[in-house]
Design a protein around this ligand. Structure first.
Ligand code: SAM
Length: 280
C-alpha cells in the first residue's frame, strides 16, 4: 500500500502507540547543527512544528502547555522578578511569562536559533512579546548557561525542553539541577516539562530523586492535558528551594490582570492533585 503522505505520524515505539495529523502541505524543512525542524499546515490543528520528527507545537493546543508551564510556578513564587527559560525556542512560554507585570527580566536560552527563526515565520503570535524590553533572547546550551550563572541570579527557572535525548538529555540530570539550585535565590523554584505520567512515570520519579539530591526541599508535579503529545496526558514538575509548593497566591491568580484560555486558580489547584499510581 502506498504511504499516505497526507498524514504526519509520530510513533511512540516503546508504547506501541502513535499520533497522526492530516497534513495539507509542508512549509519548512531545515537541518540545523542541532536538530531537524519541520513545519506543516494541517487540516485540523493549524500549523505544526516538529523537531527531529516529534511534535513540538501546534496552533490548536499549545496554549494549554505554555500556560501550564508558566503560570502555576509564577503564582506559586511569592514575588518572581528574574526568570530564566531554558529551551522554549518557539517563544510561547516567554509570552506567558511576560504577562506577569511583576517580572522585570525574562532571559530565554535556547540552543538552536533555527527554532526561534521558524517560530517567527510560522507562529508569529507566539513571538508577540519578543520585543518586550524585559525579554532577552540568547542562543546557547542551557546546561552551560546555568553552570556559568552567578549564584542567586533567578527567582524562577523554567525548563521548556525537548525530550531527554540529544541536546536536552543533560537537562534532566542531578548535576544540572545542582547548578539550577545554586543559580536560584532562596525561595526560588524550578519547573520543568516532565513528559507523560502515563508513559514516563519512572522518568518523573527519577527527576524527584535528582532534584532532591541537588538540594531542593520539595517537588510537585502538575498534571494537564496536551493531546498532541504522547498519551495526551502531560506534566510539569516543580522543585522548591524552601517554601511550600502546595500553596500559591490564589487571590492573585483569581484576580489575574491578563487573559488565559486554560489556566485559572481552579485549574491550578486541580493540576496539583496526584493520581493514586503516582503516589506509590
Ligand atoms: N513544548 C515542547 C515539548 O514539551 O517537547 C518543547 C518546546 S521547545 C521547542 C524545546 C526546545 O528545547 C527546542 O527549541 C530545543 O532547541 C531546546 N533545547 C534542547 N536542548 C537544549 C539545551 N541543552 N539548551 C537549551 N535549549 C535546548
Amino acid at each position: 500500500m502506498a504511504l499516505d503522505t497526507s498524514w504526519y505520524t509520530e510513533i511512540h515505539t516503546s508504547e506501541g502507540s502513535a499520533f497522526s495529523l492530516k497534513v495539507k502541505e509542508k512549509l519548512h524543512d531545515v537541518q540545523t547543527p542541532f536538530q531537524r525542524i519541520e513545519v506543516y499546515e494541517t487540516e485540523g490543528f493549524g500549523t505544526l512544528m516538529t523537531i527531529d520528527g516529534l511534535v513540538m507545537v501546534t496552533d490548536r493546543d499549545n496554549f494549554i502547555y505554555h500556560e501550564m508551564i508558566a503560570h502555576p510556578v509564577l503564582f506559586t513564587h511569592p514575588n518572581p522578578k528574574d526568570v530564566l527559560i531554558i529551551g522554549g525556542g518557539d517563544c510561547g512560554t516567554l509570552r506567558e511569562v511576560l504577562k506577569h507585570p511583576g517580572v522585570t527580566r525574562a532571559q530565554q536560552v535556547d540552543i538552536d536559533e533555527g527554532v526561534t527563526r521558524a517560530a517567527e515565520l510560522y507562529f508569529p503570535e507566539l513571538c508577540d512579546s519578543n520585543n518586550d524590553p524585559r525579554a532577552e533572547l540568547y542562543f546557547d546550551d542551557g546546561i552551560k548557561w546555568v553552570k556559568d550563572a552567578a549564584p542567586g541570579s533567578y527567582d524562577v527557572i523554567i525548563v521548556d525542553s525537548t525530550d531527554p535525548v540529544g541536546p536536552a538529555e543533560g537537562l534532566f540530570s542531578a548535576a544540572f539541577f545542582r547548578d539550577c539550585h545554586r543559580a536560584l535565590r532562596a525561595g526560588g523554584i524550578i519547573v520543568q516539562q516532565s513528559e507523560s505520567p502515563l508513559y514516563h512515570k519512572k522518568l518523573i520519579n527519577d527527576m524527584y530523586t535528582a532534584m532532591r539530591s541537588a538540594g531542593f526541599d520539595s517537588t510537585l508535579t502538575l498534571n494537564f492535558p496536551q493531546c498532541s503529545y504522547p498519551s495526551g496526558w502531560w506534566s510539569a514538575t516543580m522543585a522548591g528551594k524552601g517554601g511550600d509548593l502546595s500553596r500559591f497566591r490564589e487571590q492573585d491568580a483569581s484576580n489575574k490582570t491578563f487573559k488565559t484560555l486554560y489556566y485559572n486558580a481552579a485549574i491550578h489547584r486541580a493540576a496539583m492533585a496526584q493520581p493514586e499510581f503516582m503516589t506509590t
